[in-house]
Design a binder for this molecule. Structure first.
Ligand code: ATP
Length: 303
């Protein structure tokens, strides 16, 4: 498996603040990873390290095989970055802004302009950025991050303040890049938004990486139960349909059962499939919110 970004045993202190402690993970191409954590968990510090803007105190970071803090970091051209707070010169137009960033990246400006269309800013390209809405500025920020077809895209809180439609467009663009083999890392607090979108989740707390994996892996690691609810026909009776240990909430027509794993869930569903009284089944696996709370609690109890 190719690794595009590797973070290994990294510590970072800002004087007395221990911003990162022994953080290790890999990012791979064609995958959208989410970096989640409370304020101050260390997410931005990690992104700054990957960009080579700051140096770690311990451990190693490699981006496309190179050390981003080294003077000769030619892989920087393959990196795209959207900062948490995008600040552009209000007096420039969208096109002029992108031209400025294209020159910094040594890209022919006319090649960059197609990006304005890609992020839906073609009609506003020649308006001053000062007249842009927050969503339009974010789009321009994304266009800037996409300059030069980056192979690694680092996005810090990219969808904060975007309306649902814009957010959808934003993720569509990211998915295209991901499908094209880019490595995408999104730092965010918006867990519900990332739930169906991130293939890989990194959970940070107080400078430590407390868990990482796919949602399925995190569910399995957490051992949080899966909630299965049955709607039963005709009032039900004491000879409960699918009566299984772990039932937590019963009414004549509705029964909820907690199962500890996928196997338990499948056993239950097979039993239910043969029970004529079962009219409907709802399955609720632990959400990313549940998992996040679980891993944070577990770490804080252990500390
Ligand atoms: N330049 C700095 N000087 C001193 N402390 C800093 C500096 N930058 C970050 N910190 C501290 O390091 C810790 C991690 O900060 P960081 O910005 O990486 O967190 P974050 O997870 O990105 O937070 P947020 O979600 O609020 O953006 C925090 O305690 C923060 O106060």
């Amino acid at each position: 498996m190719t690794v595009t970004v590797s973070v290994s045993g990294v510590d970072k202190n800002y004087r007395k603040v221990r911003a990162l402690r022994d953080v290790s993970f890999d990012l791979i191409p064609g995958r959208l990873s989410a970096l989640v954590g409370h304020n101050g968990a260390g997410k931005t510090t990690l992104i700054k390290l990957m960009l080579g803007l700051i140096r770690s105190d311990r451990g190693a970071i490699r981006v496309m095989g190179q050390d981003p803090a080294a003077g000769e970091f030619s892989a920087r051209r393959l990196l795209g970055y959207l900062p948490e707070n995008v600040a552009f010169n209000a007096a420039l137009t969208g096109r002029e802004t992108l031209t400025f960033y294209a020159r910094l990246k040594q890209i022919k400006p006319s090649k960059a302009w197609a990006l304005l269309d890609r992020v839906g800013l073609a009609d506003a390209a020649d308006r001053r950025v000062g007249t842009y809405s927050k969503g339009m500025r974010q789009r321009l920020g994304l266009a800037q991050a996409l300059l030069g077809q980056p192979r690694v895209l680092l996005l810090d809180e990219p969808t904060t303040g975007l309306d649902p439609a814009l957010r959808q467009t934003f993720y569509e663009i990211l998915n295209e890049l991901r499908d094209d083999g880019a490595t995408v890392l999104i730092s965010s607090h918006a867990l519900n938004e990332l739930e169906d979108r991130a293939e890989h989740v990194l959970i940070m707390n107080q400078g430590r990486l407390v868990a990482q994996g796919t949602l399925t892996e995190l569910r399995s690691l957490s051992q949080l139960p899966i909630r299965v609810t049955f709607d039963l026909a005709g009032g039900g009776n004491d000879e409960a349909a699918v009566s299984i240990a772990g039932e937590i909430n019963s009414s004549p027509c509705r029964r909820t059962v907690l199962v500890s794993d996928e196997k338990g869930k499948m056993d239950l569903l097979r039993a239910a499939a043969n029970d004529p009284r079962v009219e409907n089944i709802e399955i609720a696996a632990p959400t990313l919110d549940d998992l996040y709370a679980h891993f944070l609690n577990t770490q804080e109890k252990a500390a």
